[in-house]
Design a protein. Structure first.
Length: 387
């Protein structure tokens, strides 16, 4: 693709931000507070809007319930609109209540399953009030010890619970189901992989799709293969982008392995799934434990854009010709030429054409916003989660 066509595609490509990236986070060892951290969802949206203001491509913010519970979600939506953003996916949370120690939608006790299903119905009400299109489900359900519960019965309970939630959705609402191979359950997780998620989604119906969190795979997993396969089936609903060195590290996307991110975006571009109407939501799911949060999100958005630009610059005709001719080194060379292109000048140019500063990191740093929130947000409890 020519640089001009790449710019046209990049102009339409948007990235959704997680509200929880702006709150305090940490590991099970320590959560470090940072100055100016939001104290409520209104302030989280204000910070997210800064990321959009300087990148121009992050107009939606995903909420997590109950972390982002407010009295009046219509009012929160209006607040978002005033800031120039909208509410994106609604994430359910059935992993932080004592009742869920042995599971939620798969729990052996029908009372706990009912509570977990009802929580999802509450999330669907939030979607109605915020005009959010997607319910995002990730479950911590699973087993620590062989024999602890029946693996098969848990799949049956899961199917039943998901069916009730799916039936509660409006016709224009979707469900997306995220998988993760371990943690917090260490022996067997109830939705461990894309195959299990896909099977449940297929049983539910066309408005149920798979979420691929890039941090949720064993080391060495070929993630771009999963992307290609789900796209073939029209079942890739969303990404949770982040990067990992060892486990589910939730570090900035593209920080650990920019080449992997490029390979993923290459599959996306090849399948035409970058287009806004492709049904794939490109989301970040990250925690900025030691770096400042707003610049951490800006950098992440830029990392996705750089990888996407490289993928768009792949000479598709030359690649197809080399592949067809069995020219192994030629085909690999076409891909590597695009990967090795410095796309930062092209993106800077694109931003200037859109009336933005060419360097979002520098523009944000010069704006004084970080100093302003540090001075203003005194008192109250900072938002956060974890230990
Ligand atoms: C689970 O590890 C997960 O990736 C899910 O998306 C949760 O909703 C999110 O992290 C919480 O940070
Ligand atoms: Mn995730």
């Amino acid at each position: 693709m020519t640089p001009e066509s790449a710019k046209a595609a990049l102009r339409d490509h948007t990235i959704e931000l997680p509200s929880w990236a702006f709150g305090n986070s940490g590991t099970r060892f320590k959560v470090f507070g940072q100055p100016g951290v939001p104290r409520d969802p209104y302030e989280k949206l204000a910070d997210a809007a800064q990321v959009h203001q300087y990148t121009g491509v992050a107009p939606r913010v995903s909420l997590h319930i109950p972390w982002d519970l407010v009295d009046d979600f219509s009012d929160l939506s209006r607040h978002a609109a005033d800031l120039g953003v909208t509410i994106g996916m609604i994430n359910s949370n059935v992993f932080q209540d004592d009742d869920y120690m042995l599971g939620s939608l798969t729990h052996p006790d029908a009372r706990v399953r009912r509570k977990a299903v009802d929580h999802h119905k509450q999330c669907i009400d939030v979607m109605r009030a915020t005009r959010s299109a997607d319910l995002k489900v990730w479950l911590a359900d699973g087993l620590n010890y062989p024999g602890q519960d029946s693996i098969r019965a848990r799949q049956d309970r899961l199917a039943e619970s998901l069916a009730e939630i799916y039936a509660a959705l409006d016709d224009d609402q979707r469900m997306v189901l995220e998988y993760k191979f371990f943690e917090p359950a260490f022996y067997s997780t109830d939705v461990p992989d894309w195959g299990t998620s896909l099977l449940h989604c297929m049983a539910l119906g066309e408005r149920a799709n798979v979420v691929l969190d890039t941090g949720h795979h064993a080391p060495g997993t070929n993630i771009e293969f999963i992307v290609a396969q789900l796209l073939r089936q029209g079942r890739l609903g969303a990404f949770d982008f982040n990067s990992r060195f060892y486990a589910d590290d939730d570090l900035m996307v593209g920080a650990a392995d920019p080449f992997q991110l490029f390979r993923i975006m290459h599959e996306i571009v090849q399948a035409g799934a970058l287009a806004p109407d492709s049904g794939v939501n490109f989301m970040l799911d990250q925690c900025h434990n030691i770096e400042p949060k707003i610049p951490g999100q800006i950098r992440s958005v830029m990392n996705v854009q750089e990888a996407t630009a490289k993928a768009l610059l792949v000479d598709a005709d030359a690649l197809a010709a080399a592949q067809q001719a069995g020219d192994v080194l030629g085909a690999n060379g076409v891909l590597m030429d695009a990967y090795n292109t410095d796309t930062r000048p092209l993106l800077a140019e694109l931003r200037e054409e859109q009336g933005l500063a060419p360097d979002p990191m520098a523009a944000y740093a010069a704006s004084g916003y970080a100093e302003k929130i540090a001075a203003e947000r005194i008192g109250g409890a900072q938002a956060g989660w974890g230990a």
